[in-house]
Write a protein that binds this ligand. Structure first.
Ligand code: ADP
Ligand code: MG
Length: 701
């Protein structure tokens, strides 16, 4: 009786608030089968009804669904299998805040889809046959366990006998499409270092198969629990899952950064500051000394270039990819983590991460899928529309190496395995760090040979920086002073937090020391500034800037025109990188045009990197063939480098190789003896070689 009353209320509600939607649905029924109802409409219609939906969703949604399915609609269609789905729920629960009193309630959970199984049928109404009287009856299936009857159903005319096993009539039973997904807290909601938590959710019928790993969604559903069972039997602990009622895809930037008018004023004021660009650079990891060029590149990466759709439908990425290759202990990891914390959607991971999905994605069959295949997203997919910082990228798995080419350039990850065909988005900027293959840099061997990464992959980075840890008294002194100062400030902060006071004299020093670490622009202002710029600024090149780029590019290529034998210095990829960097620099100043100054500034950065990475140590000429094919022209012409010669001789002499032999062989290869001796001396000074006793040399390992 009570129930009928409620159903009547729902009928009235649907007529008043959802009439047009109902007519529309009936026109495309049963292809479309869901009526999406805004929670706020229910709340306006009857707050009590709305409360029922929140607190006793099972009953409330069932009666609302009954009302929907029995509705008289002028089109004459009966929506007998339609679903009622509730959207825009104000009650949003964070995954980590879910507690036992949320169980059984209707909640909205926002998150990132990390895994999704294939869509497979699930029985929703199982039809059984009694082996004795052949009576046929059905059992509605809800929940995670398959419900089988114990006795033949008398109410529907059966014999009532207790039966061990009824026959399941598969072809008479009703099925719905079903999918299981895993929802994870989005990276930007985590405070530094927290591990993201996750919840699994089941989606049924027309909302299954709608999401892919990497998507950001809100799922409204009923929180349910089930008993955890181990190999020793049932435990007193329960796990939870979300029984999905509705699914909303969030197309745009997830947690769109809110920018108030006040913020906008502050952003524009900052943009007018004559040194805004330098201030941004000084705001990147101020506790790390030096590396101006790298920090500049990171600023440009934050702003990124403009993604373009060309008239012929080619898509060109706007994201800027950076690679830092360096000796151990040069603050690579520190720089990466800093940028990830600064970027609105940053994600930090290591190349040797142990998940099946790794950096890109994988199709796996494990316990999550309960027999089905699961598509699992890796770091670059999860960082869609953000920055993915991948530390120790040289240690990544082979599968990732292969998939990374596509992920970096086309910004998609394709999977074709076990009948799963999927293309996931990976529209992110990659900030990668790597150690040289032999642990330490040796500047006489091409960079490409020293990185555990295929050259084709290296060429996809817009900028590659090398960071060598060479003893240099002046620089060492400055770095050391800087580190001492930041640590001193850190110590005082720790004391202030620990016991609440510092000595009067220290207070003054503290102010000074703290200044060293303070970014020039506040972190939240940088985030807002970047977000505002990316939303509103779409710069175009001025004629002058175009000419500058052209001049620079042709100038570098010219080496190749004048001298048939010369290496090809630069490829078209570098020109594209230049344009992207120019766009990013204009965005950093909130300018609609890319000026000559922008062009010059980014040309400087590019030149800096090219010089570091591509200068052939033997000729001093630029040669990006190093990056593209892994060896220089000079090297290709000359059979062996000194390094190779020593390695060759190691076969004969073991670790300790006679210097004379090295010189002789090098001479045979057409190198001058003096020059070779000189190079060996430098290699000794750099700690690559040493002489354990007179006349022999040995690699430092
Ligand atoms: P990497 O990842 O390159 O091996 P880390 O990022 O782990 O190196 O850095 C090692 C430590 O040395 C960090 O604590 C870092 O702060 C410090 N360090 C290295 N170079 C600098 C620098 N230029 N300025 C300040 N600290 C530095
Ligand atoms: Mg490191």
């Amino acid at each position: 009786m009570m129930q009928d009353l409620v159903t009547e209320r729902w009928e009235d509600f649907l007529k008043r608030y959802c009439w047009d939607d109902l007519i529309e649905l009936s026109n495309s029924y049963p292809e479309r089968r869901s009526l999406f109802v805004k929670f706020s409409d229910m709340d306006t219609y009857d707050p009590n009804l709305a409360d029922m939906v929140l607190d006793t969703p099972d009953v409330a949604i069932a009666s609302a669904t009954d009302a929907l399915r029995e509705m008289d609609i002028p089109t004459g269609v009966i929506l007998d299998e339609a679903n009622l789905r509730i959207i825009n729920l104000p009650r949003r629960v964070k995954i980590r805040d879910i507690r036992s009193n949320d169980i059984g309630k209707l909640v909205g959970i926002e998150g990132l889809v990390t895994k999704a199984t294939e869509v497979r049928p699930r029985v929703i109404e199982a039809v059984f046959e009694c082996p004795f009287c052949h009576h046929i009856f059905s059992v509605v299936q809800s929940g995670r366990q398959f419900k089988e009857p114990f006795e033949c159903e008398q109410e529907s005319g059966g014999c009532g006998r207790k039966v061990q096993r009824f026959k399941l009539l598969v072809e008479k039973s009703k099925f719905a499409n079903a999918q299981k997904i895993r929802l994870q807290e989005s990276p930007e909601e985590l405070r530094g270092g927290e591990l993201p938590q996750a919840i699994d959710s089941y989606l049924e019928d027309d909302i299954s198969g709608e999401v892919a790993p990497g998507d950001r969604v809100v799922i409204t559903g009923i929180l349910r629990s089930y008993q955890r069972i181990t190999q020793y039997g049932k435990t007193p602990f329960f796990d939870i899952y979300l029984d999905g009622n509705s699914l909303e895809l969030m197309q745009e930037e997830f947690e769109e950064i809110d920018i108030t008018e006040e913020d906008e004023r502050e952003i524009k004021e900052l943009a007018n500051h004559p040194e805004v660009y330098e201030r941004f650079i000084r705001s990147i990891a101020p506790s790390i000394y030096g590396y101006e060029e790298i920090k500049e590149a990171m600023v440009l990466q934050l702003f990124s270039g403009v993604p373009k759709e060309l008239p012929d439908e080619t898509r060109i990425r706007g994201d800027i990819h950076l690679l830092l290759v360096g000796d151990p202990g040069v603050a690579k990891s520190q720089l990466l983590t800093y940028l990830v914390r600064l970027a609105p959607r940053g994600l930090y991971t290591s190349g040797k991460s142990s998940t099946a999905a790794g950096l890109t994605a994988a199709a796996v069959r494990d316990e999550f899928g309960e027999g089905r295949w699961t598509l699992e997203a890796g770091a670059l997919v999860l960082a869609d529309k953000g920055i993915a910082a991948v530390d120790e990228i040289d240690k990544m798995r082979k599968e990732d190496r292969d998939a990374l080419h596509e992920a970096m350039e086309q910004q998609t990850v394709s999977i074709a395995k076990a009948g799963i065909m999927a293309r996931l988005n990976s529209r992110c900027s990659l900030l990668a760090a790597a150690n040289p293959k032999f642990g330490r840099f040796d500047k006489y061997t091409p960079i490409a040979e020293q990185i555990n990464m295929p050259p084709t992959l290296m060429s996809r980075f817009d900028l590659i920086f090398t960071m060598m840890d060479r003893p240099n008294e002046e620089l060492d002194m400055k770095t050391a002073e800087h580190i001492l100062e930041t640590h001193y400030a850190g110590e005082l902060i720790a004391r202030l937090e620990g016991i609440g006071k510092v000595d009067a004299g220290e207070k003054e020093r503290f102010k000074e020391a703290k200044q060293v670490m303070e970014p020039a622009v506040r972190r939240d202002l940088i985030r807002k500034y970047v977000a505002w710029s990316k939303r509103n600024i779409f710069p175009v090149m001025t004629e002058e800037a175009k000419n500058k780029f052209l001049e620079f590019y042709i100038g570098l290529r010219r080496q190749g025109y004048e001298d048939e034998e010369a290496p090809v210095p630069v490829t078209a990829r570098q020109l594209e990188a230049l344009i992207r960097l120019g766009e990013a620099r204009a965005r950093a100043g909130l300018r609609d045009k890319i000026t000559v100054e922008d062009a010059e500034r980014v040309i400087n950065v590019v030149t800096y990197c090219l010089k570091q990475v591509s200068t052939d140590p033997e000729t001093g000429k630029l040669d990006t063939d190093w990056i593209a094919v892994g060896t220089t022209k000079t090297k290709r012409d000359r059979a062996r480098s000194i390094r190779d010669i020593i390695k060759e001789l190691e076969k004969e002499y073991g670790d300790e190789v006679p210097l004379e032999e090295v010189l002789d062989l090098a001479e045979e290869d057409g190198m001058e003896r003096d020059k070779v001796e000189e190079i060996i001396d430098v290699m000794k000074r750099d700690g690559i070689l040493f002489s354990p006793s007179g006349g022999v040399i040995k690699f430092v390992r």
